[in-house]
Write a protein that binds this ligand. Sequence first.
Ligand code: HEC
Ligand code: HEC
Length: 203
Amino acid sequence: MKKMVFLAGALAITALPALAEMPSQAAICVTCHQASGLGMPNLAPSIAGMPASYLATQIEHFKKGERQSATMKPMADMLDEAGVKAASEWFASLPLPLPEDPAWRGDKDPASLTGGEKLAYLGDWRRDLPSCVTCHGPEGVGVGEHIPHLAGQHADYIEDQLKAWQAGTRVNDVNGIMGAMAKKLTAEEITAVAQYFANVETK
Ligand code: HEC
Ligand code: HEC
């Protein structure tokens, strides 16, 4: 029996793709963001598999105070240029679980959508609110170098960021797009849309 358990464990390990070795600068980061980079609810966001340039930009924003976080400011300040690059590239290389076959806008019957999913897929044109998936990709899988994934991100973190843009404690995002959008959302909408993206099924 013991042997079988051991064998199963060994198989599980060899089945994983080879990961780049963690750079020394990331050693402290994984206490919160975890060695998987997936973070934990109410502790730290998932940053695995995000574009390295997006992660590096965010670290610079914490340094400059364009993103205010008492937790992340000292972490960012600890990293020199080489450290920012090494940590960003390593977290970017970690596997990110995403929906296997994400649904595009046209795949969903608009009449069937409610709450957070409705906002995510349809936005609200009366308030000039584009749908989140227009930029963040189907089910929030993320797009390109500048638009992070939301699928499977922790709900508390999504909420906090939308509120940070409303309060002006997160600024200087690309063209101020998110700041302008977040300011149009009600508290109920923020909770609903955060719940929707956090609960997208990922593999
Ligand atoms: C004590 C816990 C903790 C540690 C240690 C920590 N972080 Fe964070 N990290 C957080 C929290 C909390 C946030 C969300 C901050 C906010 O609300 O803006 C965050 C946010 C981030 C973000 C922004 C993610 C995004 O999606 O925009 C990046 C990038 C990041 N951390 C990188 C790092 C790196 C690199 C290190 C190591 C040098 C590190 N963190 C260490 C808790 C931590
Ligand atoms: C016009 C394009 C666009 C639309 C529409 C949009 N976003 Fe974004 N979003 C962005 C960009 C660009 C960023 C990266 C901001 C940065 O660089 O700091 C972002 C970042 C975010 C983040 C921060 C993620 C992180 O890891 O820190 C959250 C949360 C978010 N968006 C939620 C939403 C929600 C919810 C909606 C719909 C109500 C939405 N977005 C619609 C472009 C968009």
